[in-house]
Design a binder for this molecule. Sequence first.
Ligand SMILES: [Zn+2]
Ligand SMILES: [Zn+2]
Length: 146
Amino acid sequence: MRVDCQCGAQAVVSRSERTNPTTADLYCSCKKPECGHSFISTLGFKHSLNTSASFPAGLSLGAYVQGTRIFCGCGKKAVIQKTNRLSSNVSDLYCQCECGHRFVMFRAHSHTLSPSALTTEALTMAIIQSVTPSVRRSLHQQLALF
Ligand SMILES: [Zn+2]
Ligand SMILES: [Zn+2]
């Protein structure tokens, strides 16, 4: 399972916690030491792609997450065939099981545990550059107090 940090580097999934039968929270941390971003990403079952006629029999659950892997409702490990990034925080994962079940999982950024030093710095710089000179002067005075 590949999870990307907001800084563009890859993140490592340290553990996962199931929040309901088909959804889990993944605890991720960025591989880049200077970033240090750790966050929770939610991974869960969205919907099946099979039509009811081609839907495998005996599937009580669409799909579920165990550890950092996606399992089909039949109990076999599913393969991610395609990742469709909908926004910087949300992706659809197209999965296929050998039983014939095809389905979509979603992955969404849930919340940040500790912010990225890189994005915080970039954000701060962007704010400073966007303010008027008078605000910048008062900001400078405020910072001088530290
Ligand atoms: Zn990062
Ligand atoms: Zn299956």
